[in-house]
Design a protein around this ligand. Structure first.
Ligand code: ZN
Length: 162
């Protein structure tokens, strides 16, 4: 079996930046399972995985424009702390969801200083060149239900099923 549209694919991977720091990894965790051809992962990664077999090893480097985009300084904004009723509970690194015209975005508090708080709505990996080291650990047919939903049901799918 090879990786192609409508296959459920399990991957072990390590993601490092250009400094060699590990940004994300499935080591000591369960592999990532995704539905191929459904836009569940970065398009360039899907391209690189197309046609691969179990035990295939893929090394892929993605520049920011093929990953999570360039860092946009305008997406980092400062607000007076007094605007946040729960200010004493907030700290650098706290993440929360913000509804924008383009859908929900994960925002991160990056600075609290001089009675001001800076919220950054860039993707945490924006501006990074991404170095993926991937091993294909399993390929199976997706179930009909998974194809209908456009994602894998591996236990952590938050959707409700009839
Ligand atoms: Zn589902």
């Amino acid at each position: 079996m090879i990786i192609e549209k409508d296959k459920a694919v399990s991957l072990d991977y390590t993601l490092t930046n250009s400094e060699g720091e590990i940004l994300d990894s499935t080591q000591q965790q369960t592999p990532l399972v995704y539905l191929h051809g459904a836009g569940n992962i970065l398009p360039r990664l899907e391209e690189a995985l197309e046609g691969k077999k179990i035990k295939s090893r893929i090394k892929k480097t993605l520049v920011p424009e093929d990953g999570y985009g360039d860092y946009n300084p305008q997406l980092a904004q400062s607000y007076p702390l007094s605007k946040f009723p729960n200010a004493d509970k907030l700290k650098v690194g706290t993440q929360f969801q913000v509804d924008t015209s383009g859908g929900p975005v994960l925002a991160t508090i990056t600075k609290i200083e001089n009675e001001e708080l800076t919220v950054d709505m860039n993707h945490p990996l924006a501006g990074q060149t991404l170095h993926f080291d991937i091993e294909v650990v399993d390929i199976r047919e997706a179930t009909e239900e998974e194809l209908k939903h456009g994602h894998i049901h591996s236990g952590e799918c938050g959707c409700s099923h009839e």
